[in-house]
Design a protein around this ligand. Sequence first.
Ligand code: URP
Ligand code: ZN
Ligand code: ZN
Ligand code: ZN
Length: 480
Amino acid sequence: MAKLIKNGTIVTSSDQYQGDILIEDGIITGIGLHLSQEGAEIVDATGKYVFPGGIDPHTHLDMPFGGTVTADDFETGTMAAAFGGTTTVIDFCLTNKGKPLSQSVQTWHQKAKGKAVIDYSFHLMIAEINDEVLAELPSMIHDEGITSLKVFMAYKNVFQADDGTLYRTLLEAKKHGALVMVHAENGDVIEYLIKEALEAGQTDPIYHALTRPSLIEGEATGRAAKLTDLANSQLYVVHVTCEEAVQQITEARNRGVDIWGETCPQYLMLDQSYLEKPDFEGAKYVWSPPLRPKFHQDVLWNALKTGQLQTVGSDQCSFNFNGQKDLGLGDFSKIPNGGPCIEDRFSILFSEGVGKGRITLNQFVDIVSTRSAKLFGLFPKKGSIAVGGDADIVIFDPNAKRTISAETHHMNVDYNPFEGIEITGEPVTVLSRGEFVIRDKQFVGEAGNGQFIKRGTYVSFSSEVNVGKKETVQGGAPHV
Ligand code: URP
Ligand code: ZN
Ligand code: ZN
Ligand code: ZN
């Protein structure tokens, strides 16, 4: 049945206006004043903002890591995402050296299929470049629509790839129209610092932060930026935490390098002192890169405001405090890295960003949705409210107040790192391709309704609009 969203304030990354939205067969077919359609179901949005659904460009669902598996899978994770106003997630597909890429992609499809309640896509991890990988990459990008490749510069002996692999990935990405993503930390130096700390008996969670200094996040970010420049390629730096990394990104952008940066709510809201909480509670706040001293938060907010960082991902990677985080009791290096944020990303950015005057309403939409749609080949089907686009829509009450708590969240994990923080603004109703997933704050979706989205190839920031190319589903750069 057609739906008509009436009387809302429609907000995109560029506009804000009163209007009605007509939805037919999952697509937005009309936007205007005083629209009417016989037989359409009316959805009243009076007094509410109507946003494009959030796009979370950075999740780890059902992922084995640190000797365990994340607490949230594609069902609980995407349900929580929907409660929070996110209608698309892009998850990291891990790969194994010596194994076909296609096998890993199949594994990730099995994890998601029949479970996701909203749409999803995958980034593909590149651990090595050899003849087999080179032979498979074009079909991963052009046929599977997996148009972003992830290289880890840290997690030595687990995920870490060397600089040669990063450089060759950048070259291949440029050739085939993919965006390279990096986790930028110096894994070799970190391995040494961890060994030194443990030998000195420094085993508490705070040493996780102290063995991963911001200086070497900056160093790795600068190295990746320079290799991108050398390869004349394109780079997206995930989970930027610190001034040193922002400086490297800014400097490279000023030189014309095609480089983008993401940060996460935890780095905007929490600081290194959380790792010093007693009774091992600091383990709840172990992310890599780590939380930083407080002054970095202002740097990150300012970078979002000025456009030096462009997106906020959740880096959803949840582990229970009891039974998972405690694997690192007596040895901080064994604490599974990561935390839950998929549900609160959107509202935290609204409340702390727009609500506190740090970013504008249009910037908010760009940061939580539109920019990721453009960078990752989902635009214009997703990431905006436009005729012809998917009806992925959030009806948002800007005045609702809520206190974040594990008692009330929908993630499958026993703590919330933002526990007790009061925020203003909350999604009330969320539609995915025109179907209600959340209605009046109740889950009404269904596991398996989320679809895998083949994404378009990368379009550089010199040509923003990703239209008219036939090669992959959403369009993009020409095939090489
Ligand atoms: O600590 C983190 N960030 N865990 C997830 C894996 C990653 O590095 O993104
Ligand atoms: Zn190609
Ligand atoms: Zn990472
Ligand atoms: Zn991550």
